[in-house]
Design a protein around this ligand. Structure first.
Ligand SMILES: CC(C)CCC[C@@H](C)[C@H]1CC[C@H]2[C@@H]3CC=C4C[C@@H](O)CC[C@]4(C)[C@H]3CC[C@]12C
Length: 410
């Protein structure tokens, strides 16, 4: 039976993490977004320099870890597979792949674009996971991550192709995500298209659409369709799909909403959206979104996201100088010191323009290597270096810029 959540959660230690962001020191001033982006039509969204007012106080490296909020689904998938229940395994993997989108609902700020060589570590023993990411290329903007859980590993790199189309910005993720269970079963999928709307008027929001194909190396695969929103749609954010066996036979139907919950029923149920023939009472719940944070600031972060930029007691001494938590403009934004955040952001962006030169002169990421297909793999050693507090070869990316910095990090 599904639903014995406690089995997966128990055994992990409890860690005290903050429940809210710090209160802003000052009130921020409003700026019109359109006045800033109108001159950038056709350019790459990731490279448009906006005042810090449009940023949320986390970097894309940290945002990448937001996709692991519901990592307990992978713990459960591992357990089911080990018991020989491959169908339950892929159902939980599919629910996990959808769950990562839930935190994007209600968000309208841009994460910080990390500096070349910037890193982020997340040691969450209470979830049984350890996550690490690095900005591995600035042209194009590329992030690689590697995550280890109890019974599984999850890795990939994220590159976004962005297109500005007057009414919206379309983001097409490039690259595959790989999930490998300790028993050798693997699953691979790619993320779907994201559109950002209302850049000119109204509140900015995003929506996701497209086909997600989860390919496994054994019995089953899964196809999920994220329905594109339409003006007449009264039921947005729908996801609907099937688990198929080798012969293409549909053995289970999945349905739900990416911002809320996912269910399944055995066998094939036709029709899109929530199938009429089965109300959730006949269906089994796979995943339900956590309650929203009790103190949503204007950033609308989830309770999980709120913990990402926190420097928990004793952590500062362990971090390498490249960790996102040490980025000064982001820290000032978090504490609501907008003017200081802005001037620091400008200083770092000026510095960052040197990155092209750096990359061209043979700069290599510290913790990831590119394979023949252009995807990045963790070379290992981060947590070991952390154990020994040995950060030799980690550049001071947030400090004052000088030629020496370029040489020593090359
Ligand atoms: C121009 C600025 C001010 C508007 C900012 C809009 C916000 C809504 C944008 C900026 C960057 C965007 C994120 C960039 C990358 C991804 C990964 C993708 O696989 C899922 C969507 C997700 C997580 C996007 C969600 C929407 C997002 C947070």
């Amino acid at each position: 039976m599904h639903g014995d959540k406690e089995d997966c959660d128990s055994g992990y230690p409890q860690i005290e993490r903050r429940k809210k962001l710090p209160d802003p020191v000052l009130r921020e001033k409003g700026v019109s977004l359109w006045s800033l982006i109108k001159d950038n039509v056709g350019k790459d969204l990731t490279r448009v320099c906006l005042p810090v007012y449009f940023n949320e106080p986390i970097s894309s490296l940290q945002k990448c870890f937001e996709d692991l909020e519901y990592s307990d689904l992978l713990d459960r998938a591992y357990k089911y597979g080990k018991e020989g229940n491959s169908l339950e395994r892929i159902l939980n993997v599919a629910a996990f792949a959808v769950s990562g989108y839930s935190s994007s609902e209600g968000r309208h700020c841009k994460p910080f674009n990390p500096l070349l060589g910037e890193t982020f570590e997340a040691d969450y023993p209470e979830k049984g996971v350890r996550f690490f990411s690095e900005k591995v290329s600035h042209h194009p903007t590329l992030i690689a991550f590697h995550c280890e859980g109890k019974g599984w590993k999850f890795w990939g790199d994220s590159n976004l192709r962005s297109k500005f189309s007057g009414r919206s910005i379309q983001l097409d993720p490039v690259g595959v995500l790989t999930l490998e269970f300790d028993d050798g079963e693997t699953f691979q999928w790619s993320k779907v298209t994201t559109n950002i709307y209302n850049l000119i008027l109204g509140q900015v929001y995003c929506d996701h659409h497209g086909l997600m194909q989860i390919r496994g190396n054994s019995q089953y695969s899964c196809k999920l369709k994220f329905k594109e929103q339409s003006i007449i749609e009264r039921n947005p954010h729908q996801v609907h799909g099937f688990v198929e066996d080798h012969s293409g036979k549909k053995v289970a139907t999945l349905f739900g909403k990416w911002d809320d919950s996912m269910y399944y029923v055995n066998g094939e149920v036709k029709g899109s959206g929530k199938p009429k023939v089965c109300c959730p009472s006949e269906a089994t719940l796979l995943w339900k979104r956590n309650e929203p944070a009790p103190n949503p600031t204007r950033y609308n972060l989830t309770s999980f996201a709120i913990t990402l930029n926190e420097i928990t007691p004793g952590l500062q001494e362990k971090l390498p100088p490249t960790d996102s938590r040490l980025r000064p403009d982001q820290r000032h934004l978090e504490s609501g010191e907008f003017d200081r955040a802005n001037s620091e952001k400008q200083r770092l962006e000026r510095r960052q323009r040197m990155s092209r030169k750096l990359q061209e002169s043979g700069w290599k990421p510290r913790w990831f290597r590119k394979d023949g297909n252009g995807s990045y793999h963790y070379v290992g050693g981060y947590w070991e270096a952390r154990e020994q507090a040995n950060w030799d070869g980690c550049p001071d990316i947030f400090g004052e810029f000088n030629e020496e910095t370029v040489d020593s990090s090359g």
